[in-house]
Write a protein that binds this ligand. Sequence first.
Ligand code: SF4
Length: 344
Amino acid sequence: MKRNKTKSVKVGNLILGGNDRVYIQSMTNTKTANVEETVKQIHRLEKAGCELVRVAVFNMQDAKVLSEIKKQIKIPLIADIHFDYKLALESIKQGVDKIRLNPGNINDIDKVKLIVDACKEKGIPIRVGVNSGSMKDDLPPTAENMILTAKYHINILESLDFRDIVLSLKATDIATMIEAYELASKTFPYPLHLGVTEAGPAFSGSIKSAIGIGLLLHKGIGNTIRVSLTDTPEVEIKAAKEILKNFNLISNYPNLISCPTCGRIQYDMTSIIKELETYLDTVNKNITIAVMGCPVNGPGEAKHADIGVAGGKDYSLIFKKGKVVDKVNNKDIFKTLKKMIEEF
Ligand code: SF4
């Protein structure tokens, strides 16, 4: 899938934009000043596949521990600043890799200049994070007004000769969000961070995000993504990987396909799927596994899978690339698949 070309922006050891990679971002929900808990959560996120992590800098205690956090993690660290330019300055001093500003909340150009000068000195970018909830001059949150708001703030940064910019235009309304990003990709040369803001709990929020982010990725738009969910950040990473997988924008991530089951099923397929899904969360391989409810159509329906099972009453057929290679007792299905996946 062809991706829109944007300016390249360096964030830590990653280059956003200018290439085909779409990076996965998440945000911690610990109190940032609690270094131990925050670092523990970031380590879990790194393990899950998070590539950039953002922490809320709510007060000076949060800002002052950022270098300590950065020392203990591998992925780029982003400071999320809302109201206070001093928190931005301290975060930059602490060595973060990027600053996210909610521009609606830091309007004073002199203060923005101080932040820009500090970012220039350290060579770090700023994400202008426009939200439908914080529009310039309280304009109604339409896509056009989100672009106007972004333009206003980007013009300030550009007038200060600063172009290490990443832009996001998050809205809770999917249609507005899609339109805003489409307009942004035609208007600005900067990498775009995609997200549906306040998407909701895991199930509905993942669907909402998959629609919004997915439609944009399909058009070649987007350089980083965050699936914002009211759940643990690890769940956000899982949802993000699922979205990227469907556009072939992620490698080394397994694909689990399974039939919806019907009256022909004669074994407990649901518990095998659950066990397999949990196990696959730990697997970093490009592999497609198919779990089918019966041997009637199973191997044929899933002939593009690398490994699969077509369940029977007591015994099930195991297949590779659509060809039956074994017949196992149903109690051994998971064990057999796990071994085959390990050897793949
Ligand atoms: S694979 Fe078998 S059980 Fe599953 S939906 Fe098809 S016919 Fe039904």
